[in-house]
Write a new protein. Sequence first.
Length: 154
Amino acid sequence: MWELDTSVTELVIRAASVFAFLFFVCRVWGRKHLGQLTPFDFILMLIISECFQSALQGEEHSITGGMIALTTLTILNTVISRSTFWSPRLEKIIDGKPKILILDGVVDEELRKKEYMSYQDLYTALRLEGVDKIESIKQATIETTGRISVIKNS
């Protein structure tokens, strides 16, 4: 129950590899799908629920193996969070940067398509912000969380 069947090094490498792969998938997947979560929040939620499963641990079934995997993931998340706090350049690489979707009532069609956002999705997001007409928007921005923030014309 407490004895490891797999080396600590292998457990750490497995956990770090799964973390890196899921981060890459989230960056490719796009912000719209992540909603209010940051990519790291989303990854951590996914992985923590699977921390004691074979994808991270191989043949390891001990409680200690699960604890090592969870500790590795938590340390990685903490290091990345603190690094992005202190480095704006790294923050842009990790979290991305906000993108202007609507400017002076005109939708950036290229960005809308790149983000795979249908007009129904766009109108839903705008209604949630209290906007009923695109023409009444000074600027709408897709934030790094995937949320759309709106500045209305005065």
